[in-house]
Design a protein around this ligand. Structure first.
Ligand code: SF4
Length: 334
């Protein structure tokens, strides 16, 4: 179906509000399809706050035209949280009729006329870092200032495929299945913990004592048990090369609604977090793993660990003649 100006591709606006620009920069790493393919053959990116060639009133006129003449025909993507203090003056998109057009006004006006509204990154989806205490500009999520549904694609930054996949799903099939936080289940349907390559270490109480160690990061603050995202299997860096735990540092829960205030201190496990599927508090798990570890110092359990399903992985990771090393390792964990 043709748009009112004769173009036939789906239209996209990518608006930046209070953002570090990390989501758009991450998005540029998308592959199959990549950014170039998206804008050349799949959709028409009419406005991109970072990459559009036009500026000033020319750029604002593009947004005006979309809002007035393409109702329910474009996807509005918003990157960044929305400051509400002083009527939103802490984020100004541009000037219209000589007056500041705030992000708060822009997302409300453009959002009301959009076919779909998508929040790109945790700041837009849940407030994120800009809404962290003390939050002097009173930043909130996009959903908090709109009366309509916002599809949330969180992450700090987004994985490029989470956004590319969501946009393509909207264009080809309509709205994807969403979870209770309006995140596409395609990408956020499972916890990082359940997909993690180090899950065996967790199940067998083998924990890293500091970043850089190749064990489960739970005791040094990993938020994988409470964070829904497919980072362990999708991975990052354009070529699906790595993700935080693979780089020997804990997941900080950046795709969660609680991020970032709810994730700090990053290197301590949260004391009262319910662990999905385990049904006890994190403290209780800590106690349980402590008990198991204490028992594990005994030769009997060391023997049984070494003959269990974890044995092969553990033997691979430990140096030769490692029974003694394992004993020391278990003591260290305890
Ligand atoms: S706590 Fe973190 S590092 Fe350990 S298994 Fe879960 S997600 Fe992986």
């Amino acid at each position: 179906m043709a748009n009112m100006d004769g173009s036939t591709k789906p239209l996209i606006i990518w608006l930046g509000t209070n953002t570090c620009a990390g989501d758009m920069l991450s998005f540029l790493n998308a592959k199959d399809p990549g950014y170039e393919e998206l804008i050349s053959s799949i959709a028409e990116l009419r406005f991109d706050y970072l990459l559009s060639a036009s500026e000033g009133s020319d750029a604002i006129n593009v947004l005006d035209d979309l809002q007035k003449n393409h109702k329910a025909a474009y996807i509005l993507v918003v990157e960044g949280s929305i400051p509400t203090r002083s009527n939103g003056l802490y984020s100004v998109i541009g000037y219209r009729n000589g007056k500041a057009w705030t992000a708060l006004q822009a997302v409300r006006e453009l959002g009301a006329a959009a076919r779909y509204v998508v929040a790109a990154g945790t700041c837009a989806a849940f407030g994120g870092i800009y809404a962290a205490a003390p939050n002097p500009s009173e930043c909130v999520s996009l959903q908090a200032v709109l009366d309509r549904k916002v599809i949330n694609v969180p992450g700090c930054p987004i994985n490029p495929e989470w956004m590319m996949g969501t946009l393509n799903h909207l264009i080809q099939y309509g709205e994807p299945a969403l979870d209770d936080d309006n995140r596409p289940k395609l990408f956020y349907g499972e916890t990082i913990h359940n997909l993690c390559q180090r899950r065996d270490y967790f199940d067998n109480s083998i924990f890293a004592a500091k970043p850089g160690e190749p064990w489960c990061m739970y005791k040094i603050g990993c938020k994988g048990p409470v964070t829904y995202a497919d980072c362990p299997v999708r991975q990052w860096n354009g070529e699906h090369l790595s993700w935080p735990v693979k780089a020997n540092t804990p997941c900080i829960g950046c795709a969660s609604p609680e991020f970032s205030d709810g994730s700090v201190p990053f290197f301590e496990h949260l004391p009262d977090v319910k662990l999905p599927g385990i049904k006890v508090t994190a403290n209780r798990v800590g106690q349980l793993t402590g008990v198991v570890t204490a028992l594990g110092i005994g030769a009997h359990l060391i023997g049984s660990i070494l003959t269990g399903r974890f044995a092969e992985t553990l033997k691979k990771d430990l140096p030769r003649g490692s029974k003694l090393k394992l004993r020391q390792r278990l003591k260290k964990i305890h």
